[in-house]
Design a protein around this ligand. Structure first.
Ligand code: URP
Ligand code: ZN
Ligand code: ZN
Length: 460
């Protein structure tokens, strides 16, 4: 047997979405070549002893905004710093976004965005956003799917890039015809705009009004509208960053009708709550993200939905902005605070600590939520998201005994604040392989950026 560039991972507990097993993994080149017990060390050039460790498939974060341009400057992590933080946390693939200029061709915007993703430590892809509807939009969507390997399209129901209902129906019909997927930011942007202006006019300008002007009812209404339009146009729908129990119940109702509706939530909706807005600007502005943080009742419902698999995916919505020089643009007006926060490096450790170790989800569900299901939903299932012979050797060796308290001093993300400051986490991605290459070894980065653009197929 050819033994060049072979890595043998021995004695670990392999965790898949549907099973856990004690076995060794032999990696040859970029792929998983063998999974069985007691593979001989003679077959490998490098042996990693994973005794007492878990072995997971590399994480897939389907929702990140690296280097996102905003009026307050680009989000604080570019592709290099953000993806480095991601891979330290056990995420080996990220899916970011392409937001075209008005009237810009989607393919042209995609090509510009690809150029931003230089020096990425993880593999990457993009969801492309039609921000209007023209005679040529359908052709561009077809080209994205058939030629560019882009099978998911993000639409916004809020912000100045939002689509109206007619445009949503057109996009969903076009994507649905190709069996692609529409992902949606579901908040009623027009009514939110009304509430925001009213709030500022009344002198209510502090960050807590960010939350008060984006009530659950406006998320619930938008989720429901998106589902109804997806149903009428026969389009698969993935609702990003679901934050509320009521929104989630709308999704579960649709799933009970066997509609192809998927849900994503984010760590902050599971672990942080709206009381955090009741602090002075310096401590509350970092939680200005959309939808806003909700109540304990909402958190409990989201955990329950994860446990019954009606939420299939966790995205971080990683989009950090510095307090100084970015968030502080809104010191006298919360509507000027750039929306977003970072957690790309903590997705696995937070879900493991607060989900698996508390018994809210099993370790197999954890692997499904952070890797297998997003891979399948977004058309990467033939390549990633599982530990199986023939798939990319994206492998995380997880040390369950590791403990740390999150702080600005030990974070990898590039931001002057951290919404998880002081959180205790257990478990860590000790060694991480990307397509067979060791990128993190014993918690140290040992490689330059090796991420590539992934052409995706049509998902489940
Ligand atoms: O606050 C957020 N979520 N910022 C990023 C953009 C978005 O809405 O996903
Ligand atoms: Zn959003
Ligand atoms: Zn987002």
């Amino acid at each position: 047997m050819e033994i060049e560039n072979t890595v043998l991972i021995k004695n670990g507990t392999i965790v898949r979405f549907n099973e856990s097993l004690k076995a060794d993994i032999l990696v040859q080149g970029s792929k998983i070549a063998k999974i069985q017990s007691q593979i001989s060390e003679n077959e490998a050039t490098k042996v990693i002893d994973a005794s007492g460790k878990y072995v997971f498939p590399g994480g897939i974060d389907p929702h990140v905004h690296l280097d996102l341009p905003t009026p307050a400057g680009n989000s604080a992590d570019n592709f290099e710093t953000g993806s480095k933080a991601a891979i330290f946390g056990g995420t080996t693939t990220v899916i970011d976004f392409v937001t075209p200029e008005r009237n810009q061709n989607l393919i042209e915007a995609l090509n510009f965005r690809k150029a931003d993703a230089i020096n990425c430590f993880t593999d990457y892809s993009f969801h492309v956003s039609p921000i209007g509807w023209t005679e040529d939009t359908e052709n561009q969507i077809i080209k994205c799917i058939k030629e560019e390997g882009i099978s998911s399209f993000k639409i916004y129901m809020a912000y100045d890039i939002s689509l109206n209902d007619f445009e949503m129906a057109k996009v969903m019909q076009a994507v649905g015809k190709q069996n692609g997927l529409v992902t949606v930011h579901a908040e009623n942007g027009k009514v939110i705009e009304f509430l925001r202006r009213k709030s500022i006019d009344e002198g209510n300008v502090s960050p807590k009004y960010h939350a008060l002007t984006r009530p659950v009812a406006l998320e619930e209404e938008a989720i429901n509208r998106a589902i109804e339009i997806a149903k009428l146009t026969d389009c698969k729908l993935y609702v990003v960053h679901v934050s509320s129990a009521k929104g989630m119940m709308r999704i579960e109702k649709a799933q009970r009708e066997e509609l192809p509706i998927y849900a994503e939530t984010c760590p902050h909706y599971l672990l942080l709550d709206h009381e955090l807005y009741n602090q002075e600007f310096e401590n509350s502005a970092k939680y200005v993200l959309s939808p806003p943080l909700r109540t304990h009742y909402d958190q409990d419902k989201l955990w329950a939905s994860l446990s019954i698999n009606t939420i299939q995916s966790i995205g971080t919505d990683h989009c950090p902005f510095n307090l100084k020089g970015q968030k502080d643009a809104g010191i006298n007006d919360f509507t000027k605070i750039p929306n977003g926060a970072g957690s790309i490096e903590y997705r696995l450790s937070l879900l493991y600590t607060y989900g698996v170790l508390t018994g809210k989800i099993t370790i197999n569900q954890f692997v499904g939520i952070v890797s297998t299901l997003p891979a399948r939903i977004f058309g990467l299932g033939k390549q990633k998201g599982d530990l199986k012979v023939g798939l990319d050797a994206d492998v995380v060796i997880w040390n369950p005994d590791y403990e740390k308290i999150i702080s600005l001093e030990n974070q990898y993300q590039n931001c002057d604040s951290n919404i998880y400051q002081g959180f205790k986490i257990k478990g860590n991605a000790e060694t991480v392989l990307l397509r067979g290459e060791i990128i993190i070894e014993n918690e140290k980065i040992v490689s330059t950026p090796k991420g590539i653009f992934l052409k995706r197929g049509l998902g489940n």
